[in-house]
Design a binder for this molecule. Structure first.
Ligand code: 5RP
Length: 231
């Protein structure tokens, strides 16, 4: 399967939901980048659109295309947010954060009147958890936060699950907000909503990559077309 063709198809389908005058939440990653391209195309055709980026990479991309950028703290209205995902289950629960932008992505998706997820079909899973769950944590006393995460994960049935500080070239990966990412190799997650809530209650955890009950629609694409899942 040509995954990029699927990503592009999904982005094209999502772009049908753009209306003139909208403020758009712009996601992060290779799939969301196709959507940003389409927003740029609309703007070049004279559409009045603004974008609220979920990462510095997306901001730079949108700016290059001439999309007016609105800072997240300059607006309380986001008409439509469109973003990718690492996994999506039949209830439209998601794992996100492969691109280390999950905190900003969740804030924007939560604020949006409508949240559409776009993905190639390989992201559709029967149950979440094969993809390691990213959790964004404060760098302050991060080892204490990880210890608390281990206790909570044990209570949630994930005793002994490997937790890894995300690193690149020997250095911890820092998010755009200067935070750290812990990748949790959990395997099948039976109750993602309960796990999302339990992780969010840990001081030092800023957000987990579980997005439960947030998506209004998931658009899956492949070379042949798209299929649309709604709650
Ligand atoms: C970034 C994300 C991305 O949406 C997710 O990782 C999917 O990325 P891609 O579209 O490149 O497969 O959550 O934090």
């Amino acid at each position: 399967m040509d995954k990029d063709a699927g990503k592009k198809r999904a982005a094209e389908e999502a772009a049908k939901h753009i209306e003139r005058g909208m403020t758009l939440g712009l996601g992060t990653g290779s799939t969301a980048a196709h959507f940003v391209d389409l927003v740029g195309k609309r703007v070049s055709e004279g559409w009045d659109l603004r974008g609220v980026p979920t990462s510095e990479a997306t901001r730079a991309h949108a700016e290059r295309l001439g999309v007016e950028i609105i800072e997240p703290d300059e607006t309380t209205i986001i008409d439509l947010a469109v973003d990718g995902a690492d996994e999506a289950d039949p209830s439209l629960n998601l794992i996100k954060g492969g691109g280390a932008a999950l905190l900003r992505e969740k804030i924007i998706a939560h604020a949006a009147k409508k949240f559409i997820v776009i993905a190639d079909k390989s992201k559709r899973v029967a149950a979440l958890g094969a993809f390691p769950l990213p959790v964004e944590i404060s760098p302050f006393s991060w080892a204490l936060t990880v210890a608390a995460m281990r206790r909570v994960l044990t209570e949630q049935g994930f005793d002994g699950a490997p937790l890894e500080l995300r690193a690149r070239d020997g250095a911890p990966v820092k998010t755009d907000g200067g935070n750290l990412i812990i990748d949790c190799k959990l395997g099948r997650i039976e109750n993602p909503a309960a796990l999302e809530k339990a992780l969010a209650a840990i001081p030092g955890v800023l957000e987990s990559g579980l997005f439960c009950g947030m998506a209004d629609m998931v658009i899956y694409g492949d070379e042949d077309g798209v299929s649309i899942a709604t709650p």
